[in-house]
Design a protein. Structure first.
Length: 75
C-alpha cells in the first residue's frame, strides 16, 4: 500500500489570464511520517502517445511530512 494518497486536486484561478501562473491546491494524506522530502512535478503532457513530448514545468520538494492529512498550493 502507498504511504501517500492524493485526496484532491483543485485548479485555482480558473479561468485565468494567459500570463498568470498555474495554481493547484493539492490535498494528500500520509499514512506514516516521511522523513525525506516528497518530490512533486508539474508536467505538460505534449502527447498521450509518447513521453518524448512531455515537459516538466516545475518541480518542488515538500517535507519532512508528519502522518496525517496535508494541503499546499503548487504555483
Amino acid at each position: 500500500m502507498a504511504k501517500v494518497q492524493i485526496g484532491n486536486v483543485i485548479v485555482l484561478d480558473n479561468p485565468s489570464s494567459f500570463l498568470n501562473p498555474f495554481q493547484f491546491e493539492l490535498t494528500f494524506e500520509c499514512i506514516e511520517e516521511l522523513k525525506e522530502d516528497l518530490e512533486w512535478k508539474m508536467i505538460y503532457v505534449g502527447s498521450a502517445e509518447s513521453e518524448e513530448y512531455d515537459q516538466v514545468l516545475d518541480t518542488i520538494y515538500v517535507g519532512p511530512i508528519p502522518e496525517g492529512r496535508h494541503m499546499f498550493v503548487f504555483q
